[in-house]
Design a protein around this ligand. Sequence first.
Ligand code: NAP
Length: 521
Amino acid sequence: MAEREHGRRGQSGREHVRVAVIGSGFGGLGAAVRLRRAGITDFVVLERRGGVGGTWHDNTYPGCACDVPSHLYSFSFAPNPQWPRSFSGQAHIHAYLEGVADNFGLRPHIRLHHDVEQLTWDEDELRWVIETSQGTLTADVVVSATGPLSDPKIPDIPGLEGFGGKVFHSAEWDHDYDLRGKRVAMIGTGASAIQIVPAIQPTVGRLTLFQRTPPWVMPRVDRRISGLERWLHGKVPISATLRRQILWGVRELQVSAFTKRPQELGLVQRLALAHMRRAVKDPEMRRRLTPDYRIGCKRILLSNNYYPALTKPNVDLVASGLKEVRGNTLVAADGTETEVDAVIFGTGFHVTDMPIARKVKGAGGITLAEAWRDGMESLRGAGAAGFPNFLTIIGPNTGLGNSSMILMIEAQLNYMVDHLRQLDVLGGRVALDARPSAVHAWNKFVQDRMRRTVWNTGGCDSWYLDANGRNTTVWPGTTGEFRRLTREVRLEEYEVLRPKARGAGRAAATAGRPSKQEAAA
Ligand code: NAP
C-alpha cells in the first residue's frame, strides 16, 4: 500500500494525515498496528486521556479484572506468554497495552490529551476536518475506536445534586477518597459492581447494594498460570496458540445456544442457581437474588466472592433501584431509606447513545446521532450511510455475549485495511460511502437473526437494547462468521465519491449488484 509522509501540511496550512484513529484502547492500538503492517505510516492516534489503554486505562476500581481468559483477550498478533492468571486484572491488561504501544513502534503516532470535539466531512475536499482540544487537522479516513464503554452513565436521580457526601462512577474511581469505615451505597449489579462489592466490603463500615435487577452469576474458574506453563508458552509459541484456539473453539460452540436455542441454557441456569445456594443459605435472600429472566439475556457474570460478600454482616441488599436522594438519604423505588456517606455508581456506559455520534457531522451536515435517531445501524458494523471514509471499530451489532471482543476488533481491522486498499486501487482522491440499501440489507439480515436470540427473547431489559427496544449492540452469530463477512469491502455496497467537478454531483462508480448478504436478507 502506498506509504505517505506522516503529518503533511494541507493546502489550508493545517496538518493533513491519511488516517486519524480516535482512541487508544484495544481498537485504536490494534488499528495502529494494522496500519503500520499495511505500510501506512501517515496516521495519528488521537487520545483524550494522558495515557493509552482506553477502558483499561480509565477503569481502576478495586477488583477490576476481565472475565474473558487473557490468552483469548489479547491480540492474535501480540501473544503474551507471561499472562499471570487465566483472568488477568486491570493492571496486567493495561501493562499489556502499554507494551503493544512500545513494541510496535506506535508512540510517535499517539497524541495524548487530544480530545476530539468535532468531526466534519468536507464534501468538496473529500476529507474529514477534525477539531481537537489541541487544534484542527484533516484526514482522508477516520477510524473511530472510541468503544462502547468509554462514557460513564450516571442516571438522572432527583435530589442527587443536593447530596452532601462523595459521589463517583466506577469508571472514575477516586482513589484519594478513603472508604475505611464509611457508609457506602453501591448502585447497580452489573459486571463492574459485582467486582467492586467483594473488593470494598472488608474496608467499608457499611455497604448497601441497590439491586434493580439481579444478575445471573456463575463460578469464576480462575487460577494462577504456572511458571512451567509460562515457560512453555515462551519457548514453544505454538502451545500458547493452541491454548487460545481451544478457548476460542469452546466459545464458538456455545454461540448457537445464545442465538438459536436459548432453552439449552437451562442447564447453565441450574448451575448458576447451585452456585448461589452454596454461598447464600438464607432462602429469603436467595429469593431476592434470583433473576426472573433466562440466563444469558443480560451478560452472564463470573464471580466466586460476590455472593459470599453479600452474606457479611456489614452488607445490606436493597432489592430495588435507587429512585431519589433526600439530603444524605437514598430512597429506593420500594421506599427503603438509607443514610450514607458515599455513593458509587456502577451504572454502566452510554452504549446505544454514544456521545461521539453527536460530534460527527457527515454529508449534508447531518450528525451521526441524527442519522441514528431510530437506532444505530452500519454496514457490517463499520460504516454508516452519509459518513464517507468513516469506520467504526466496535460499531453497531459487533458486541459479544460470551467471547472475546478482541476477535471482533481484529475482524473489523481486516475490514479497515481492505477499505484503505480499495481506496488505493481506485486511486486519486476518492471516498467510499456505504449505500443506504446495503446498510438496510445488512441490518435486516442482523435483525432477522436477532429474533430468536436469548437477548431478545429472554425476558430482560439490558443495555444491549436501545430506547426503542432494538438490539443494536450484539452480533447474533459466531466470531468466525463475522470474520468471514468482514474479510473484504464489497465495492458494490458503496458509492464511490470523487471530488465534485464543476457542476457535477456525486459520482457513483459501480452498479449496485446485490451482495450475497443483501440477496439472502
Ligand atoms: P452495566 O452492565 O450496564 O450495569 C449497570 C447496572 O446499573 C445494572 O445492574 C443496572 O440495573 C444498574 N442501574 C442503573 N440504574 C440504576 C438505578 N437507578 N438503581 C439501581 N441500579 C441501577 O454496567 P457495568 O457493570 O459497568 O458493565 C458494563 C459492561 O462493561 C459489561 O457488560 C461488560 O461488557 C463490561 N465489563 C466487563 C467486566 C469484566 O470483564 N469482568 C467488568 C466490568 C465491566 P438494571 O440491570 O436493572 O438495568
